[in-house]
Design a protein around this ligand. Structure first.
Ligand SMILES: [Zn+2]
Length: 68
């Protein structure tokens, strides 16, 4: 059985009213504050990483083309 305290800490909390969100919602059910979605943040970080890698590859290919 999982430790309930640990499980609770994994849940999201509303930054405005400290209401513990039992499920991921866009808006807090208590105060209506729009909440940032960690999944979106993660997705944004991935997109940024892919863009950086893409830019590096493009730059590298351009350098290789220059030597031809
Ligand atoms: Zn709230």
């Amino acid at each position: 059985m999982q430790d309930p305290a640990k499980n609770l800490s994994e849940l999201e909390k509303c930054p405005q009213c400290d209401y513990i969100l039992l499920e991921r919602t866009t808006y807090c059910p208590v105060c209506g504050t729009q909440l940032t979605q960690p999944l979106w943040k993660k997705l944004g970080a991935w997109v940024l990483l892919i863009l950086i890698v893409y830019a590096l590859i493009k730059c590298h290919v351009r350098i290789l083309d220059g030597f031809d």
